[in-house]
Write a protein that binds this ligand. Structure first.
Ligand SMILES: Nc1ncnc2c1ncn2[C@@H]1O[C@H](COP(=O)(O)OP(=O)(O)OP(=O)(O)O)[C@@H](O)[C@H]1O
Ligand SMILES: [Mg+2]
Length: 217
């Protein structure tokens, strides 16, 4: 079966402390996966590894059927992966909302008019057209989260890694996000502490327990 991510027997440490021991994870082509677990158990670190920002200690990491051993193995696949940082302030690339969302599209060579059309569409999807000309750093926490999410979704990556996409979002917006994400025909992995969102969104839920990924649904 076509899969986006295949982890076999992975160990992952941070600063000499082992966070994951011999974990296995397979995410298929259109699967919606959620990872839950206590504060500090390593969820963000695991997403960083999947996003090519951190190296595993041992085991096999395959992304779109390509073995990732070194940073250079990830490079040709980078544009296929969208990563939402846990902290939205780490995400922004431009001070004005519309430019920030368009940034990655323009960097990939899309013409300005087409990029702005896509930005307008995503702002409408999220019901935040009124934020288009605002300065990102002046927005509320929830608004920042929506702009950061829009910047990831607008690129239509084949795999999305979303670290706490619902953090700072109200209940109604969490529901809306779940509807939007479920309609996307790609692999999505979210980390979230919001039980209702996770149960609504995910096909498969894993919980981090004793440095392992345990499938709970
Ligand atoms: N750069 C770093 N150097 C050393 N330790 C770190 C570093 N970044 C994170 N840690 C530690 O590694 C552990 C895992 O952190 P991580 O951010 O992956 O947890 P998390 O599961 O995402 O937690 P949360 O639910 O609070 O976001 C934590 O104990 C954290 O303090
Ligand atoms: Mg985290």
């Amino acid at each position: 079966m076509s899969c986006s991510i295949d982890l076999k027997d992975i160990c992952l440490s941070l600063d000499g402390r082992e966070l994951f021991t011999n974990i296995w994870l397979n995410v298929s082509h259109k699967e919606k996966v959620a990872i839950v677990g206590a504060n500090g158990c390593g969820k963000t670190t695991l997403l960083e590894m999947l996003a090519g920002l951190k190296s595993k200690n041992s085991g096999i990491f395959e992304l779109f059927h390509t073995k990732i051993e070194e940073k250079k193995d990830y490079k040709p696949l980078r544009e296929l992966v969208g990563y939402l940082f846990q902290d939205s302030n780490d995400q922004f690339l431009s001070p004005i909302v519309k430019d920030d969302i368009a940034f990655s599209l323009l960097a990939r060579g899309m013409d300005k008019e087409e990029a702005q059309k896509r930005v307008d569409m995503i702002l409408e999807d999220f019901d935040i057209v009124h934020l288009k000309e605002k300065i990102v750093y002046n927005l509320s926490g929830g608004e920042k989260k929506l702009i950061a999410l829009a910047g990831v979704l607008v690129c239509e990556p084949k795999l999305m890694l979303l670290d706490e996409p619902t953090n700072a979002l109200d209940k109604q917006m969490q529901k809306k996000l779940s509807v939007i994400l479920k309609k996307i025909d790609k692999s999505i992995i979210v980390v979230s502490h919001h039980k209702e969102f996770v149960e609504d969104f995910a096909d498969t839920i894993y919980e981090v327990q004793d440095k392992k990924l345990v499938r709970i649904t």
